[in-house]
Ligand binder design. Structure first.
Ligand code: C2E
Ligand code: SIN
Ligand code: SIN
Ligand code: SIN
Ligand code: FE
Ligand code: FE
Length: 507
């Protein structure tokens, strides 16, 4: 193994420094040394490669304890080891309590030194790995939340506060590019005067404008060293800030639009400033903010896509749903309840948020095929003959045939749901006798929601069932009619289901 790690030896006794240097160099390490804490601290500040410090305790200028204390402020990963004689053993133990990792006894024992270094490096490796793991899991949490928020304002609010806390910044803003592509508007801010909210910011001569126009992040450690940026006249309390573009991914959907209008590929810009404790933002802060910005862009596109779907298709979907309801004399809110139950089940089952939304919009169309069933059968006030029931069952295929010619995710899903909402998990349903997971998850979910609702209301052919009776049937049909896992999800979230039932009562 190449030993690139630098070890710093600090002792006012030159003999000790040379001895330690020899021992460690023989082991293949690069060694630097200093005669006192003050000089050592300068070296830690200058060289990020120093990973282990062996330090004497009593030294002029700055003693070992203070050195450890100060050095760890600069380099938290640094592993300090105290060198001590028997006379100062108690002090050494105290030093360990205050942040030294270990101590070694003078006069030196070769194997003890080797072991201390090996342990220290192992310790450092674990610390670094742990920090990395924490960082990654923290980021995964953030990206998961980002992907799940569909409302753009809510999304940007979350993103800004997550970003600020990840990089320890006290102030920040998100500016959205206006439709004309010529200016930006502050849509979210933290720690910034209230009158700046909604402020219009020009693309020319501003930091955000530059970042948006050039599609490049900007990390400024000190604005005074950056005359170009300084001319933007950006009034900062601290001189360091990061500004990142929130860019479209290469979204083919939007390509034509971009070339037609000449809009830049930037959706927004996020600025953070005022690092806690007056610190300076680093390259790793910039990387982190870029990752957050990428996830944000993806989520914004998802949200916008869904909004388009909703606006374009909501009308036709509800119109169709209403026709079905009117024809089958089902009172008002059946399809609304089925939609909301389906969405809850989908979310708790673990489908993605776009999938849940598509299902919510599509599930009200499950019975659209009933428009093709003769009135005399559909609204027969009593029990159906087997022949009549055969006719009713064709509503699944009829609905699919009506919807399959459509384009777009919602109506395509609605076609599948129409076809599969009467399939049963054990393969005894209709029309295709599909079994288990061969039934699309949307069909399995809508099937449960539909039966739950149908049983609870009065139909021309049946009275409403009370809840206990419905739940008994659900327990009985778990794994037969219904997907067992979904049935468990249903029972686990019964409170929420009941809330929906009560929120959309029949007229
Ligand atoms: P729907 O009224 O929307 O009922 C949907 C599903 O809920 C039914 O699918 C069934 O799985 C369940 N369900 C509803 N009522 C009862 C019930 O009293 N007992 C039990 N065990 N389950 C019930 P299914 O059976 O495939 O029926 C599909 C559609 O056929 C029904 O939609 C309804 O429009 C019609 N239908 C079914 N049976 C009759 C009937 O006896 N008379 C009339 N007029 N229509 C019927
Ligand atoms: C901001 O208020 O964050 C934008 C000002 C600028 O980018 O110059
Ligand atoms: C997501 O939720 O992260 C996107 C997945 C999808 O669009 O289905
Ligand atoms: C989906 O996630 O959209 C469907 C997956 C499935 O059929 O289970
Ligand atoms: Fe049906
Ligand atoms: Fe129904």
């Amino acid at each position: 193994m190449a030993k690139e790690e630098r070890i710093l030896v600090v002792d006012d006794d030159v003999v000790i420094r040379e001895l330690m240097t020899d021992i460690l160099e023989d082991e293949g390490y690069t060694v630097v040394s200093a005669p006192n804490g003050k000089r050592a601290l300068e070296m830690v500040r200058e060289s990020a490669d120093i990973v282990v410090v062996f330090t004497d305790i009593m030294m002029p200028e700055m003693d070992g304890i203070e050195l450890i204390h100060e050095a760890r402020k600069i380099a938290p990963d640094l592993v300090p080891i105290v060198m001590t004689g028997y006379a100062t053993l108690e002090t050494a133990r105290a030093a360990v309590k205050e942040g030294a990792y270990d101590y070694v006894l003078k006069p030196f024992n070769l194997s003890e030194i080797k072991l201390a270094v090996t342990n220290a490096l192992e310790r450092r490796r674990l610390m670094t790995e742990n920090a990395l793991l924490n960082e990654i899991s923290e980021l995964l949490n953030i990206s998961e939340s980002i992907a799940s928020i569909l409302d753009e304002d809510e999304l940007l609010k979350f993103v800004l506060s997550a970003a600020l806390s990840r990089v320890n910044a006290e102030r920040g803003s998100i500016l959205k590019l206006n439709k004309d592509g010529k200016s930006l508007r502050v849509v979210e801010s933290v720690g910034i005067p209230a009158d700046m909210q909604n402020m219009e910011v020009s693309m020319e001569g501003t930091i955000s404008g530059w970042v948006a126009g050039n599609m490049q992040p900007l990390l400024v450690e000190n604005i005074k060293d950056n005359p170009h940026v300084a001319t933007f006249g950006f009034d900062l309390d601290t001189p360091s800030f990061v500004s990142v573009p929130i860019e479209r991914r290469s979204c083919s959907l939007d390509k034509t639009m971009v070339s037609q209008t000449g809009l830049p590929n930037v959706l927004a810009v996020m600025n953070v400033t005022d690092k806690r404790g007056g610190g300076v933002f680093s390259e790793s802060d910039l990387k982190l903010l870029n990752i957050i910005a990428n996830h944000t862009a993806a989520a914004m596109e998802n949200a916008r896509l869904l909004k388009d779907i909703e606006e374009g298709q909501r009308e036709i979907i509800f119109t169709l749903g209403e026709i079905v309801e009117t024809r089958s004399k089902e009172t008002g809110n059946h399809v609304k309840r089925v939609a909301e139950y389906s969405k809850v089940l989908a979310r708790k089952f673990g489908l993605t948020h776009p999938e849940c939304e598509v299902l919510r919009l599509a599930s009200p169309l499950h019975d659209v095929g009933k428009v093709g069933i003769p009135d005399a059968i559909l609204n027969k006030p009593g029990k159906l003959t087997p022949e009549e029931y055969q006719v009713i069952q064709t509503h699944a295929q009829l609905g699919f045939d009506m919807l399959k010619v459509t384009k777009g995710p919602v109506l395509q899903s609605a076609a599948t749901i129409a076809l599969e909402h009467h399939e049963k998990f054990d393969g005894t349903g209709y029309p295709q006798k599909l079994k288990g997971n061969d039934i699309h998850i949307f069909g399995r979910i809508t099937g449960i929601a539909d039966v739950f609702d149908a049983l609870g209301v009065k139909r021309v052919y049946k009275e409403a069932w009370d809840l206990e009776r419905i739940l008994d049937l659900f327990r009985e049909e778990r794994g037969k009619h219904f997907d067992p896992h979904l049935t468990d999800v249903f029972f686990a979230n019964l409170d929420e289901i009941i809330q929906i039932r009560d929120a959309f009562p029949d007229a």
